[in-house]
Design a protein around this ligand. Structure first.
Ligand code: AQP
Length: 354
């Protein structure tokens, strides 16, 4: 039984200030994975249109996410960094996947329900089809591993369903091309053109929560800026937001069990652990029994220590948009070549004449 060549893919939307959730849930993992993997990291600008069509500052937003990738330590020469709209093959494969995915599957997507809210009739068709484009983003490179935050888990399951249905429906067309690989899905052998993507959602902070409400995800679109730490926040802002973060009156527990039912405490300990590259248990063995008045200043110091160099480098990079655009153009060209190879194979499998 052969395996698909490991390839890491992930993307971030240029829809506002990047925050600590995006950093710990995604970008920090991107940096670690590039050591031992071939990686493609994408600014998913076409996804940005799904919730809001017109963005006055789209070019700045795209450059700012790219600057965050580079400032965090992603090497655009060894790997590929680009913006999605430079590779039209994503949209082409998404159309095919729109025809593979079933309405019933899409209706189960909780992110659509959350983002569309009560006025679902007014949500864009793009928002509904978002997970199909996300599947195409990944599978147009036949990528195998996707580092994401916990909120994206359901979309990756959908990507697996789409890949599986494509593999099964086109089985008899894939076999003669010799492009398929025999893989096992559970105990089932499947002749696959598209791999079953593996989400990489580990670590102590797979879902960073709002600093104002430990039951809500930290999010770019939260109207309260105090709910999140932005990557561009300076030392003073970071300090103020952590000092004002919601907590409960109790001291920190000594065991992780004691975090149950204490969402805000759990969130701050998880953030500390992720920033320090430790487990929550390690953090509690150091701070168990301490009040937040002791823990919060330590968290502020750590957050500033980790984020200040990224913040400074992002600012430096943003002063040279020409350099950022050159990185994106170079990455776009390399990504396009890979994506076009896949699309030619997909066109042949489907039977499109070319
Ligand atoms: N709170 C979070 N904790 C951990 N990971 C997170 N991610 C987002 N929020 C958290 C991860 O960041 C990556 C990029 O996300 P995105 O920009 O593509 O979209 P998003 O998930 O919609 O981000 P936001 O900030 O929550 O935006 P809005 O407010 O528009 O919904 C993904 O890997 C995501 O999992």
């Amino acid at each position: 039984m052969t395996e698909f060549k490991p390839l890491v893919f992930s993307g971030v939307q240029p829809t506002g200030n990047l925050h600590l959730g995006n950093y710990l849930g995604a970008i920090r993992k991107f940096v670690a994975l590039q050591e031992n993997n071939d990686c493609i990291y994408c600014v998913v600008d076409m996804h940005a249109l799904t919730a809001q069509l017109v963005h006055e500052d789209m070019p700045t937003q795209i450059r700012s996410i790219t600057a965050a990738f580079l400032a965090a330590g992603i090497d655009p020469k060894k790997h590929i960094v680009f913006n999605q709209s430079q590779v039209p093959q994503h949209a082409e494969l998404a159309w095919i996947f729109n025809c593979v995915a079933r309405i019933g599957w899409m209706n189960r997507m909780t992110q659509f329900k959350d983002k569309a809210g009560k006025d679902r009739e007014q949500a864009s068709l793009g928002l509904y089809a978002y997970p199909s484009l996300m599947a195409a983003d990944i599978l147009v490179y036949r990528a195998t591993h996707v580092p994401v935050g916990d909120d994206q888990k359901q979309h990756l399951e959908l990507a697996r369903d789409i890949a599986m249905k494509f593999n099964l429906d086109f089985h008899d067309k894939i076999v003669p091309t010799g492009l398929g690989i025999d893989i096992k899905v559970g105990e089932e052998p499947v002749h696959a053109y598209f791999p079953m993507v593996e989400p990489l959602i580990d670590g102590p902070a797979p879902r960073v929560m709002s600093l104002k409400d430990g039951t809500k995800k930290m999010s770019k679109s939260d109207p309260s800026d105090l709910s999140r730490i932005n990557l561009m926040d300076d030392q003073e802002a970071i300090s103020k937001k952590i000092r004002k973060a919601k907590t409960d009156p109790d001291a920190l527990p000594s065991e992780t069990e004691g975090l149950k039912g204490r969402p805000e405490a759990d969130n701050l300990v998880g953030i500390f652990a992720a920033l320090a590259d430790k487990s929550k248990a390690d953090v509690l063995s150091e701070f168990g029994g301490q009040q937040f008045s002791v823990f919060k200043p330590a968290l502020i110091d750590l957050a500033v220590e980790v984020l200040a160099p990224i913040n400074a480098e992002m600012r430096r990079l943003m002063e040279d948009p020409g350099h950022i655009d050159a990185v994106l153009r170079d990455g776009g060209e390399r990504a396009r070549n890979r994506a076009e190879k896949t699309m030619n194979e997909v066109r042949d499998i489907i039977g499109f004449v070319r």
